[in-house]
Design a protein around this ligand. Structure first.
Ligand code: NOJ
Length: 583
């Protein structure tokens, strides 16, 4: 890990001021995720950067969000757009410098906002000095990664010699053969992302030291990438490959037996709770029980986790994300309600519809046709922000940005998408079906440039963007949205304001109503002082409210609605939602 020396700010003595992070502050906060590559380009190279973000801080302040979560900006070969880090304590020149990140921290703090960094410590880049050293079998760092010999009796480097039959998340085997040492290393993601061995205490201490360095620099928390993969079984055994697929999922290693121990140790050694830092762990494949244990404050691990269940409901039960399936509304409602109930007594939920790995919310769960894009984007916001938990807004969600719907593989950049396309074709799948899956689920849907205004490239860059802007930027852009009081932007602003001013929105008890209704999403939030009723029409048709199963709304007050001050009536317009305070 390098210690940067040429930056005055680095050497200054800093203390991380905790006075504006009172206990539990993150419960009433709304987090805004920035994917730096696609947010705002200040120097015309077609790639977003930190000065670009700094130039947009007043926009974020106007929206009213409390926290920015910044996807990785560290030094990286960019194999996975920065989720492959070769120096945790420096900034990739593509994005700027340490001085720029200091300016970002200062700019956010001046405006009353906080910064949460992405922490990617399940794996490093294969270009990280730790891994470079580890390639030598005699090196003291050999054990920092998962090196294993070939399968017994099979010639190393030949097909089938991999230590287990696991597939990587980005296609192919999860093992890469290293000719020099004749052994394999584990990579649950790309071969350029070797997994760190958290069993080794030196690895853990190096990570904690790096985290403390960022805390001292002034950051307010961490979003932890695939953090439930850091503890793995020490015995690595074959899994069962799904029919027609060559590999078993490597995620059998998720939630290993030392996960709680490692997280509690990290919390203690970095002072996460002691300094009231925000911590959110990305945990694919975790159950409610696991999430409850990790987020129960008594266990001092994390504040909240990202579940993947609700974003896995529109795929076939035994398939992968690419095997598309219809998602009936009752199934989606039930899943969110289960998590609400599961973490009601202990733990805390994070709430999200989309991020840099998921398709755009309005295209996936709403209706992105010109007629209903605005109403359905607003209603998705209403429902999510009125659940109990900390809401996350992904850049562009607040203006109702839509999927890019690429039609040609040449348009894609994301390695997951490109690798999946190649693997699926090699297995004999129909090209058209593969492209269809990609257009619905590819991560590039979320990664097209932020749409700022109607200038060329959506005002994102004066150069040619690394991924083309969605042509709908002429209509869908921040400039237009800010100027229009009835826009998605102003609805999100109002939702955030409501949360800030209303403790029931933050902490009220959640109760799902009319669970089987296939178009109505209805629930209450109840505190000692009041009951809020949320009614949302998840369809493009008028919805007559059922007479059974809903509370009496006589005398109720409309706190926030998508269709003006219509007040309590018994019909919802297409994609209308209302938040009512019951009398
Ligand atoms: C999850 C991140 O969100 C994703 O973008 C990344 O590709 C993988 N983890 C690997 O770091």
């Amino acid at each position: 890990m390098s210690t940067p020396t040429n930056d005055a700010a680095t050497n200054a003595t800093r203390t991380n001021d905790t006075s504006d992070r009172p206990d539990g502050w993150w419960k009433s906060a709304v987090v805004y995720q920035i994917y730096p590559r696609s947010f705002s380009d200040s120097n015309g190279d077609g790639i977003g950067d930190i000065p670009g973000i700094v130039s947009r801080l007043d926009y974020l302040a106007a929206l009213g969000v409390d926290v920015v979560w910044l996807s990785p900006v560290y030094t990286s070969p960019q194999d996975d757009n920065g989720y492959d880090i070769s120096d945790y304590q420096n900034i990739d020149p593509t994005f700027g410098s340490l001085a720029d990140i200091d300016a970002l921290i200062a700019g956010l703090h001046q405006r009353g906002m906080k910064l949460v960094m992405d922490l990617v410590v399940n794996h490093t880049s294969d270009e990280h000095p730790w891994f470079v050293e580890s390639r030598d079998p005699a090196s003291p760092k050999r054990d920092w990664y998962w090196w294993r010999p070939a399968r017994d009796g099979v010639e190393p480097g030949t097909p089938g010699a991999e230590p287990t039959n696991w597939g990587a998340a980005f296609s192919g085997s999860a093992w890469q053969y290293d000719e020099v040492s004749g052994e394999y290393f584990l990579h649950l993601f790309s071969p350029k992302q070797p997994d760190l061995n958290w069993e080794n205490p030196e690895v853990r201490e190096a990570v904690y030291a790096m985290m403390r360095w960022w805390v001292d620099r002034g950051v307010d928390g961490f979003r932890m990438d695939v953090i439930n993969l850091i503890s793995k079984p020490t015995e690595l055994t074959d899994g069962e490959a799904p029919p027609g697929r060559p590999y078993a999922s490597a995620f059998v290693v998720a939630n290993g037996h030392r996960l709680d121990e490692f997280l509690a140790e990290m919390n203690e050694r970095v002072g996460l709770d002691a300094q009231n830092l925000l911590t959110v762990g990305e945990m694919p494949g975790s159950s409610i029980a696991t999430a409850r244990a990790v987020t129960d404050p008594a266990n001092h691990e994390l504040n909240m986790v990202f579940t993947f269940e609700h974003v896995s409901l529109d795929q076939t039960p035994d398939g992968s994300k690419w095997d598309l399936a219809e998602l009936p509304l009752p199934v989606l409602k039930a899943n969110l309600a289960e998590w609400q109930d599961g973490l009601a007594e202990a733990g805390w939920n994070s709430l999200y519809w989309n991020n840099h790995d998921q398709p755009r919310a309005v295209s996936r769960f709403g209706d992105d046709s010109p007629e209903f894009r605005v109403a359905s984007a607003k209603t998705l916001g209403t429902v999510l922000h009125l659940h109990r938990g900390t809401p996350y807004v992904y850049q562009g969600e607040e203006i109702g940005m839509t999927n890019s719907y690429f039609t040609d593989i040449a348009q894609y950049s994301d390695l997951e998408s490109v690798n999946y396309h190649a693997e699926a074709l090699s297995l004999g799948m129909e090209a058209e079906a593969v492209l269809q899956s990609l257009s619905v689920k590819s991560r590039d849907n979320a990664r097209t440039p932020m749409q700022w205004d109607d200038r060329s490239h959506a005002g994102f860059s004066e150069g040619v963007p690394w991924l083309p802007a969605n042509p709908n930027y002429v209509v869908v852009n921040a400039h237009t949205a800010v100027a229009d009081p009835s826009s998605v932007f102003h609805h999100y602003r109002a939702l955030i304001e409501l949360r800030h001013g209303n403790p029931t929105v933050v902490d009220g008890r959640f109760s799902l109503l009319a669970p089987d209704h296939d178009r109505l999403w209805a629930f209450t939030r109840t505190s000692a002082d009041e009951t809020l009723l949320v009614l949302a029409n998840f369809s493009a048709q008028l919805l007559d409210l059922p007479t059974d199963g809903l509370p009496d709304t006589t005398g109720a007050m409309l706190l926030l609605g998508t269709h003006g001050d219509a007040g309590p009536g018994d019909t919802l317009a297409p994609w209308e939602s209302r938040v009512l305070r019951l009398a």
